[in-house]
Design a protein around this ligand. Structure first.
Ligand code: FRU
Length: 464
Protein backbone atom coordinates (compact mmCIF):
# COMPACT_ATOMS: atom_id res chain seq x y z
CA UNK A 1 0.00 0.00 0.00
CA UNK A 2 1.16 3.54 -0.71
CA UNK A 3 -0.31 6.19 1.57
CA UNK A 4 -1.78 9.38 0.00
CA UNK A 5 -0.27 12.87 0.25
CA UNK A 6 -1.69 15.26 2.82
CA UNK A 7 -3.47 18.35 1.40
CA UNK A 8 -3.29 20.96 4.15
CA UNK A 9 -0.21 19.82 6.03
CA UNK A 10 3.33 20.66 4.94
CA UNK A 11 5.00 17.78 3.11
CA UNK A 12 7.75 17.90 0.47
CA UNK A 13 6.89 17.22 -3.18
CA UNK A 14 9.48 14.52 -3.13
CA UNK A 15 12.25 13.10 -0.95
CA UNK A 16 12.79 12.75 2.77
CA UNK A 17 11.81 15.33 5.41
CA UNK A 18 12.17 15.28 9.20
CA UNK A 19 12.42 18.09 11.79
CA UNK A 20 11.09 21.62 11.20
CA UNK A 21 14.02 24.07 11.19
CA UNK A 22 14.31 27.84 11.12
CA UNK A 23 10.61 28.62 11.48
CA UNK A 24 10.20 32.37 10.99
CA UNK A 25 7.49 34.85 10.02
CA UNK A 26 9.10 37.31 7.59
CA UNK A 27 7.94 39.37 4.60
CA UNK A 28 4.29 38.60 5.46
CA UNK A 29 4.85 34.89 5.01
CA UNK A 30 5.41 31.94 7.28
CA UNK A 31 8.72 30.33 6.33
CA UNK A 32 9.45 26.75 7.27
CA UNK A 33 12.83 25.18 6.66
CA UNK A 34 13.17 21.49 7.40
CA UNK A 35 15.57 18.57 7.51
CA UNK A 36 15.62 17.36 3.91
CA UNK A 37 17.48 14.88 1.72
CA UNK A 38 17.76 16.47 -1.76
CA UNK A 39 18.79 13.09 -3.18
CA UNK A 40 16.19 10.58 -2.01
CA UNK A 41 13.37 9.59 0.29
CA UNK A 42 15.51 8.07 3.02
CA UNK A 43 17.34 10.01 5.74
CA UNK A 44 20.75 11.21 4.50
CA UNK A 45 22.62 14.11 2.85
CA UNK A 46 20.92 16.30 5.41
CA UNK A 47 20.18 19.80 4.15
CA UNK A 48 17.55 22.46 4.84
CA UNK A 49 14.56 22.33 2.52
CA UNK A 50 12.35 25.42 2.36
CA UNK A 51 8.65 26.19 2.02
CA UNK A 52 6.55 29.26 2.74
CA UNK A 53 2.89 29.95 3.33
CA UNK A 54 0.56 32.95 3.60
CA UNK A 55 -1.78 31.18 6.05
CA UNK A 56 0.00 28.11 7.50
CA UNK A 57 -2.24 25.80 5.42
CA UNK A 58 -1.20 26.36 1.78
CA UNK A 59 2.53 25.77 1.35
CA UNK A 60 4.76 26.59 -1.63
CA UNK A 61 8.01 24.66 -1.76
CA UNK A 62 11.19 26.53 -2.72
CA UNK A 63 14.69 25.41 -3.72
CA UNK A 64 16.93 23.89 -1.05
CA UNK A 65 18.14 26.67 1.29
CA UNK A 66 21.22 25.16 2.94
CA UNK A 67 22.82 22.24 1.20
CA UNK A 68 25.08 19.53 2.64
CA UNK A 69 28.71 19.70 1.53
CA UNK A 70 31.53 17.16 1.33
CA UNK A 71 32.30 16.23 4.95
CA UNK A 72 29.41 18.23 6.44
CA UNK A 73 25.68 17.68 6.84
CA UNK A 74 23.35 20.47 7.90
CA UNK A 75 21.33 19.34 10.93
CA UNK A 76 18.50 21.07 12.76
CA UNK A 77 18.50 24.67 13.91
CA UNK A 78 16.60 27.94 13.86
CA UNK A 79 16.27 31.34 12.16
CA UNK A 80 15.73 34.78 13.66
CA UNK A 81 14.59 37.90 11.82
CA UNK A 82 16.55 41.11 12.51
CA UNK A 83 15.01 44.60 12.48
CA UNK A 84 16.69 45.34 9.12
CA UNK A 85 15.08 42.29 7.51
CA UNK A 86 18.22 40.17 7.61
CA UNK A 87 17.53 36.58 8.54
CA UNK A 88 20.18 34.70 10.51
CA UNK A 89 20.17 30.91 10.53
CA UNK A 90 21.83 28.78 13.20
CA UNK A 91 22.34 25.13 12.36
CA UNK A 92 24.40 22.17 13.41
CA UNK A 93 27.37 21.29 11.23
CA UNK A 94 27.48 17.50 11.55
CA UNK A 95 30.98 16.69 10.30
CA UNK A 96 31.93 13.30 8.89
CA UNK A 97 34.83 13.18 11.39
CA UNK A 98 32.21 12.93 14.16
CA UNK A 99 32.10 16.39 15.73
CA UNK A 100 28.85 18.37 15.89
CA UNK A 101 29.22 22.16 16.17
CA UNK A 102 26.98 25.20 15.64
CA UNK A 103 27.27 27.33 12.50
CA UNK A 104 25.66 30.45 11.06
CA UNK A 105 24.34 31.71 7.73
CA UNK A 106 22.55 34.89 6.71
CA UNK A 107 19.96 35.82 4.09
CA UNK A 108 19.15 39.32 2.85
CA UNK A 109 16.43 38.23 0.40
CA UNK A 110 13.89 36.94 2.88
CA UNK A 111 15.23 33.41 3.20
CA UNK A 112 15.60 32.33 -0.42
CA UNK A 113 19.40 32.49 -0.72
CA UNK A 114 21.88 32.11 2.10
CA UNK A 115 25.56 32.86 2.74
CA UNK A 116 27.33 30.62 5.22
CA UNK A 117 29.79 32.44 7.50
CA UNK A 118 33.45 32.03 6.55
CA UNK A 119 34.23 31.71 10.27
CA UNK A 120 32.06 28.61 10.77
CA UNK A 121 31.73 26.73 13.00
CA UNK A 122 30.73 29.46 15.40
CA UNK A 123 30.59 27.23 18.52
CA UNK A 124 32.63 24.05 18.82
CA UNK A 125 33.03 22.10 22.08
CA UNK A 126 34.66 19.10 20.40
CA UNK A 127 31.48 17.15 21.23
CA UNK A 128 29.91 14.45 19.06
CA UNK A 129 26.37 15.13 20.33
CA UNK A 130 26.10 18.92 20.53
CA UNK A 131 23.23 20.06 18.31
CA UNK A 132 19.93 21.72 17.44
CA UNK A 133 20.56 25.43 18.19
CA UNK A 134 17.34 27.36 18.87
CA UNK A 135 17.82 31.11 19.22
CA UNK A 136 15.13 33.03 21.11
CA UNK A 137 14.70 36.69 22.06
CA UNK A 138 15.08 37.61 25.69
CA UNK A 139 12.66 40.26 27.01
CA UNK A 140 14.63 43.43 27.58
CA UNK A 141 17.07 42.73 24.73
CA UNK A 142 19.63 40.19 23.69
CA UNK A 143 19.39 36.61 22.54
CA UNK A 144 19.56 33.20 24.07
CA UNK A 145 20.66 30.04 22.27
CA UNK A 146 19.48 26.65 23.48
CA UNK A 147 21.42 23.60 22.30
CA UNK A 148 21.53 20.02 23.55
CA UNK A 149 24.28 17.79 24.76
CA UNK A 150 22.04 15.01 23.53
CA UNK A 151 23.57 11.98 25.28
CA UNK A 152 24.10 13.83 28.58
CA UNK A 153 20.38 14.82 28.47
CA UNK A 154 21.22 18.46 29.03
CA UNK A 155 20.04 21.69 27.40
CA UNK A 156 23.01 24.08 27.26
CA UNK A 157 22.35 27.84 27.21
CA UNK A 158 24.37 30.64 25.60
CA UNK A 159 23.67 34.39 25.62
CA UNK A 160 24.60 36.97 22.97
CA UNK A 161 23.98 40.63 22.15
CA UNK A 162 25.07 40.45 18.51
CA UNK A 163 24.17 36.90 17.37
CA UNK A 164 27.89 36.28 16.75
CA UNK A 165 29.67 35.90 20.04
CA UNK A 166 28.13 33.64 22.64
CA UNK A 167 28.74 33.18 26.35
CA UNK A 168 27.74 29.92 28.05
CA UNK A 169 25.33 30.70 30.89
CA UNK A 170 24.52 27.25 32.28
CA UNK A 171 22.49 24.16 31.57
CA UNK A 172 19.24 22.36 32.43
CA UNK A 173 18.99 18.59 33.02
CA UNK A 174 19.30 15.71 33.15
CA UNK A 175 15.90 14.57 34.37
CA UNK A 176 13.19 12.16 33.28
CA UNK A 177 13.75 8.80 31.62
CA UNK A 178 17.26 7.48 30.97
CA UNK A 179 18.18 5.62 27.79
CA UNK A 180 17.14 8.51 25.56
CA UNK A 181 18.88 11.39 23.81
CA UNK A 182 17.53 14.92 24.21
CA UNK A 183 16.93 16.78 20.94
CA UNK A 184 15.44 19.96 19.49
CA UNK A 185 14.86 22.20 22.54
CA UNK A 186 12.80 25.39 22.43
CA UNK A 187 11.93 28.00 25.03
CA UNK A 188 8.61 29.85 24.87
CA UNK A 189 6.92 32.41 27.09
CA UNK A 190 3.28 31.39 27.10
CA UNK A 191 0.21 33.34 28.12
CA UNK A 192 -1.59 31.84 31.11
CA UNK A 193 -5.30 31.75 30.24
CA UNK A 194 -7.49 34.15 32.17
CA UNK A 195 -4.52 36.24 33.38
CA UNK A 196 -2.08 38.74 31.92
CA UNK A 197 0.80 36.55 33.09
CA UNK A 198 3.31 34.82 30.85
CA UNK A 199 5.24 31.76 31.96
CA UNK A 200 8.42 30.18 30.54
CA UNK A 201 8.05 26.69 29.16
CA UNK A 202 10.78 24.44 27.79
CA UNK A 203 9.87 22.19 24.85
CA UNK A 204 12.00 19.09 24.36
CA UNK A 205 12.07 15.93 22.26
CA UNK A 206 13.48 12.61 23.43
CA UNK A 207 14.46 9.57 21.41
CA UNK A 208 15.25 6.17 22.94
CA UNK A 209 18.74 4.81 22.15
CA UNK A 210 20.77 1.71 22.97
CA UNK A 211 20.32 -2.05 22.56
CA UNK A 212 17.16 -2.18 24.62
CA UNK A 213 15.55 1.02 23.33
CA UNK A 214 11.90 1.66 24.25
CA UNK A 215 9.81 0.47 21.26
CA UNK A 216 7.39 3.39 21.81
CA UNK A 217 10.11 5.48 20.17
CA UNK A 218 10.40 9.25 19.97
CA UNK A 219 8.19 11.70 21.88
CA UNK A 220 7.81 15.38 22.76
CA UNK A 221 7.61 16.84 26.25
CA UNK A 222 7.38 20.14 28.08
CA UNK A 223 8.54 21.56 31.40
CA UNK A 224 7.06 24.64 33.09
CA UNK A 225 9.62 26.86 34.83
CA UNK A 226 11.39 30.19 34.84
CA UNK A 227 14.29 31.96 33.18
CA UNK A 228 16.82 33.19 35.74
CA UNK A 229 20.14 34.74 34.67
CA UNK A 230 19.77 33.35 31.16
CA UNK A 231 19.24 29.74 32.27
CA UNK A 232 15.95 27.83 32.46
CA UNK A 233 15.07 26.46 35.91
CA UNK A 234 12.18 24.32 37.06
CA UNK A 235 11.11 22.66 40.28
CA UNK A 236 9.62 19.86 38.11
CA UNK A 237 10.95 16.37 38.70
CA UNK A 238 9.88 15.00 35.35
CA UNK A 239 9.13 15.76 31.72
CA UNK A 240 5.40 16.05 30.88
CA UNK A 241 4.14 14.58 27.59
CA UNK A 242 3.26 17.29 25.08
CA UNK A 243 1.40 14.93 22.76
CA UNK A 244 0.27 11.43 23.71
CA UNK A 245 0.35 10.03 20.16
CA UNK A 246 3.22 8.20 18.49
CA UNK A 247 4.01 10.77 15.80
CA UNK A 248 4.80 14.22 17.12
CA UNK A 249 8.50 15.05 17.31
CA UNK A 250 11.05 17.85 17.14
CA UNK A 251 8.38 20.55 17.47
CA UNK A 252 9.63 24.14 17.63
CA UNK A 253 8.01 27.57 17.34
CA UNK A 254 8.19 30.42 14.79
CA UNK A 255 10.34 33.47 15.45
CA UNK A 256 8.60 36.85 15.03
CA UNK A 257 5.06 35.42 14.87
CA UNK A 258 2.44 38.21 14.75
CA UNK A 259 1.29 39.25 18.22
CA UNK A 260 4.19 37.40 19.82
CA UNK A 261 2.20 34.16 19.82
CA UNK A 262 3.94 30.79 20.07
CA UNK A 263 3.04 28.80 16.96
CA UNK A 264 4.56 25.32 16.83
CA UNK A 265 5.09 22.90 13.98
CA UNK A 266 6.26 19.36 14.71
CA UNK A 267 7.40 16.51 12.50
CA UNK A 268 4.71 13.81 12.32
CA UNK A 269 7.06 10.91 12.53
CA UNK A 270 8.72 8.50 14.91
CA UNK A 271 12.34 7.40 14.52
CA UNK A 272 11.24 3.86 15.42
CA UNK A 273 9.61 3.32 12.00
CA UNK A 274 9.93 6.57 10.00
CA UNK A 275 12.19 4.88 7.44
CA UNK A 276 9.51 2.37 6.37
CA UNK A 277 6.45 4.62 6.08
CA UNK A 278 5.01 3.62 2.67
CA UNK A 279 4.86 6.94 0.80
CA UNK A 280 6.51 7.89 -2.47
CA UNK A 281 8.26 9.88 -3.91
CA UNK A 282 8.02 11.88 -0.67
CA UNK A 283 8.41 10.79 2.96
CA UNK A 284 7.71 12.93 6.03
CA UNK A 285 5.15 15.60 6.94
CA UNK A 286 4.57 18.29 9.55
CA UNK A 287 1.75 18.54 12.09
CA UNK A 288 -0.86 21.26 11.79
CA UNK A 289 0.49 24.50 13.22
CA UNK A 290 -0.57 24.80 16.87
CA UNK A 291 -0.82 27.94 18.95
CA UNK A 292 0.48 27.22 22.44
CA UNK A 293 -0.76 28.54 25.77
CA UNK A 294 -1.11 27.47 29.40
CA UNK A 295 -4.15 26.72 31.54
CA UNK A 296 -4.37 26.19 35.27
CA UNK A 297 -6.33 23.02 36.10
CA UNK A 298 -6.17 20.58 39.01
CA UNK A 299 -3.72 22.97 40.66
CA UNK A 300 -1.10 22.63 37.95
CA UNK A 301 -0.20 24.48 34.76
CA UNK A 302 -0.97 22.50 31.62
CA UNK A 303 0.01 23.14 28.03
CA UNK A 304 -2.86 24.06 25.69
CA UNK A 305 -2.55 23.43 21.93
CA UNK A 306 -4.94 25.01 19.43
CA UNK A 307 -4.53 23.80 15.86
CA UNK A 308 -4.91 26.11 12.87
CA UNK A 309 -7.76 24.38 11.02
CA UNK A 310 -8.49 24.60 7.29
CA UNK A 311 -11.72 26.23 6.07
CA UNK A 312 -14.45 23.63 6.01
CA UNK A 313 -17.53 22.72 4.03
CA UNK A 314 -20.08 21.08 6.28
CA UNK A 315 -21.18 17.67 5.11
CA UNK A 316 -23.94 15.51 6.53
CA UNK A 317 -22.83 12.26 8.01
CA UNK A 318 -25.84 10.31 6.69
CA UNK A 319 -23.63 8.28 4.48
CA UNK A 320 -20.89 7.45 6.93
CA UNK A 321 -18.13 7.48 4.31
CA UNK A 322 -15.95 10.58 4.20
CA UNK A 323 -12.97 11.65 2.14
CA UNK A 324 -9.69 11.17 4.03
CA UNK A 325 -9.11 14.96 4.19
CA UNK A 326 -11.58 16.20 6.77
CA UNK A 327 -12.16 17.64 10.20
CA UNK A 328 -14.61 15.88 12.50
CA UNK A 329 -16.15 17.83 15.36
CA UNK A 330 -17.68 15.30 17.72
CA UNK A 331 -20.06 16.49 20.45
CA UNK A 332 -21.82 14.32 22.97
CA UNK A 333 -23.31 14.32 26.44
CA UNK A 334 -20.87 12.27 28.48
CA UNK A 335 -23.44 11.67 31.25
CA UNK A 336 -25.90 10.11 28.78
CA UNK A 337 -23.38 8.41 26.52
CA UNK A 338 -20.90 6.83 28.89
CA UNK A 339 -17.94 5.58 26.91
CA UNK A 340 -17.91 6.90 23.34
CA UNK A 341 -16.11 5.09 20.55
CA UNK A 342 -15.38 6.65 17.20
CA UNK A 343 -14.23 4.09 14.66
CA UNK A 344 -12.57 4.94 11.33
CA UNK A 345 -12.15 2.20 8.76
CA UNK A 346 -10.17 2.66 5.60
CA UNK A 347 -9.54 0.68 2.46
CA UNK A 348 -7.74 -2.60 2.90
CA UNK A 349 -7.85 -3.73 6.48
CA UNK A 350 -7.10 -0.61 8.54
CA UNK A 351 -8.94 0.48 11.68
CA UNK A 352 -8.46 3.47 13.96
CA UNK A 353 -10.46 3.65 17.21
CA UNK A 354 -10.75 6.76 19.34
CA UNK A 355 -12.22 5.88 22.74
CA UNK A 356 -13.36 8.44 25.30
CA UNK A 357 -13.93 6.88 28.71
CA UNK A 358 -15.21 9.41 31.27
CA UNK A 359 -15.20 6.85 34.12
CA UNK A 360 -11.54 5.98 33.54
CA UNK A 361 -10.83 9.66 32.66
CA UNK A 362 -8.96 8.62 29.53
CA UNK A 363 -8.87 9.19 25.80
CA UNK A 364 -7.18 6.52 23.74
CA UNK A 365 -6.32 6.05 20.09
CA UNK A 366 -5.49 2.68 18.60
CA UNK A 367 -4.18 1.64 15.22
CA UNK A 368 -4.99 -1.90 14.15
CA UNK A 369 -5.63 -4.12 11.14
CA UNK A 370 -3.41 -5.72 8.54
CA UNK A 371 -2.11 -2.45 7.06
CA UNK A 372 -0.93 -1.25 10.48
CA UNK A 373 0.69 -4.61 11.27
CA UNK A 374 2.47 -4.65 7.92
CA UNK A 375 4.05 -1.22 8.34
CA UNK A 376 6.38 -2.12 11.23
CA UNK A 377 6.18 -4.50 14.23
CA UNK A 378 6.02 -1.52 16.61
CA UNK A 379 3.42 0.50 14.67
CA UNK A 380 0.07 -1.01 15.74
CA UNK A 381 -1.20 -0.54 19.29
CA UNK A 382 -2.98 1.75 21.71
CA UNK A 383 -1.97 5.09 23.25
CA UNK A 384 -3.90 6.40 26.23
CA UNK A 385 -3.96 9.98 27.50
CA UNK A 386 -5.33 11.10 30.87
CA UNK A 387 -8.22 13.60 30.61
CA UNK A 388 -8.26 16.69 32.80
CA UNK A 389 -11.97 17.36 32.18
CA UNK A 390 -13.60 14.00 31.30
CA UNK A 391 -17.13 15.44 31.60
CA UNK A 392 -16.58 17.61 28.51
CA UNK A 393 -17.89 15.70 25.51
CA UNK A 394 -16.08 17.40 22.67
CA UNK A 395 -13.22 16.46 20.44
CA UNK A 396 -11.73 17.59 17.17
CA UNK A 397 -10.30 14.97 14.87
CA UNK A 398 -8.28 16.06 11.86
CA UNK A 399 -7.53 13.58 9.13
CA UNK A 400 -5.37 14.44 6.14
CA UNK A 401 -4.30 11.34 4.22
CA UNK A 402 -1.86 9.49 6.50
CA UNK A 403 -1.96 12.14 9.26
CA UNK A 404 -4.44 12.11 12.12
CA UNK A 405 -4.51 14.58 15.01
CA UNK A 406 -7.01 14.37 17.86
CA UNK A 407 -7.56 17.30 20.25
CA UNK A 408 -9.72 17.07 23.38
CA UNK A 409 -10.10 18.72 26.78
CA UNK A 410 -10.36 22.11 25.01
CA UNK A 411 -6.75 21.85 23.81
CA UNK A 412 -5.24 20.19 26.90
CA UNK A 413 -5.00 16.76 25.30
CA UNK A 414 -3.48 15.97 21.90
CA UNK A 415 -2.76 12.64 20.22
CA UNK A 416 -1.03 12.70 16.82
CA UNK A 417 -0.61 9.60 14.73
CA UNK A 418 0.29 8.41 11.29
CA UNK A 419 -2.56 6.19 10.09
CA UNK A 420 -2.84 3.62 7.30
CA UNK A 421 -6.45 4.32 6.27
CA UNK A 422 -5.39 4.87 2.65
CA UNK A 423 -6.64 7.14 -0.14
CA UNK A 424 -10.19 5.83 -0.50
CA UNK A 425 -13.29 6.74 1.49
CA UNK A 426 -13.09 6.34 5.26
CA UNK A 427 -16.10 4.92 7.08
CA UNK A 428 -16.91 6.69 10.33
CA UNK A 429 -19.10 5.29 13.08
CA UNK A 430 -19.75 6.62 16.55
CA UNK A 431 -21.10 4.31 19.21
CA UNK A 432 -21.78 4.66 22.92
CA UNK A 433 -21.98 2.34 25.91
CA UNK A 434 -25.65 3.43 26.16
CA UNK A 435 -28.16 3.72 23.31
CA UNK A 436 -27.50 7.46 22.88
CA UNK A 437 -25.76 8.33 19.62
CA UNK A 438 -23.13 11.08 19.71
CA UNK A 439 -23.38 13.95 17.21
CA UNK A 440 -20.63 14.07 14.62
CA UNK A 441 -20.25 17.15 12.47
CA UNK A 442 -17.92 16.58 9.55
CA UNK A 443 -16.20 19.33 7.66
CA UNK A 444 -14.53 18.46 4.43
CA UNK A 445 -11.33 20.44 4.09
CA UNK A 446 -11.66 23.05 1.33
CA UNK A 447 -7.89 23.30 0.90
CA UNK A 448 -7.13 20.95 -1.92
CA UNK A 449 -3.61 21.26 -3.19
CA UNK A 450 -2.85 18.65 -5.83
CA UNK A 451 0.46 16.89 -5.53
CA UNK A 452 3.28 19.21 -6.59
CA UNK A 453 5.62 17.78 -9.18
CA UNK A 454 8.49 20.29 -9.64
CA UNK A 455 12.02 18.94 -9.17
CA UNK A 456 12.69 20.97 -6.06
CA UNK A 457 9.42 22.90 -5.91
CA UNK A 458 8.66 26.21 -7.58
CA UNK A 459 11.24 28.98 -7.47
CA UNK A 460 10.99 31.90 -5.08
CA UNK A 461 7.99 34.16 -5.75
CA UNK A 462 9.10 37.25 -7.69
CA UNK A 463 7.79 39.55 -4.96
CA UNK A 464 9.96 37.97 -2.28
C1 FRU B 1 15.94 15.04 15.60
C2 FRU B 1 17.32 14.99 14.98
C3 FRU B 1 18.13 16.17 15.44
C4 FRU B 1 19.13 16.33 14.33
C5 FRU B 1 18.33 15.94 13.11
C6 FRU B 1 19.11 15.24 12.04
O1 FRU B 1 14.96 14.35 14.90
O2 FRU B 1 17.96 13.77 15.33
O3 FRU B 1 18.72 16.04 16.73
O4 FRU B 1 19.62 17.64 14.25
O5 FRU B 1 17.29 15.09 13.57
O6 FRU B 1 18.33 15.03 10.89
Amino acid sequence: MSLPRPRFHLAPAQNWMNDPNGLVFAGDRWHAFFQFNPQGNDWGNMSWGHASSPDLLHWDEHPVALRHRPGEQIYSGSVVAGDDGTLTAFYTSAYDHGVQAQSRATSVDGGFTWTMDAANPMLDRGSADFRDPKVVRVPGGGWLMLTVEAVERRVVFYASDDLRTWRETGSFGPLGPEGVVWECPDLVRLPLEGTTERVWVLLLSTNPVGDDADPAGSAMHYVVGDLVDDVFHSPAADLRPLDHGRDCYAGVTFDSAPGGSAVMLAWMGNWRYAHVVPTSPWRGAMSLPRTLGLRRADDALHLVQRPVLPPLDDVELDSPAIAPHAVLEVRWDTAATGTMRLRLEGEGDAVVDVIHDPAARTLSVSRSGREADALHPDFAGVRTAPLVDPAAGALTLVIDGPLMEVFADDGLTALSHLVTLGAGPVTVSATASTSVVPTVRVGEARVGSPAPTAQEGPAAPAAA
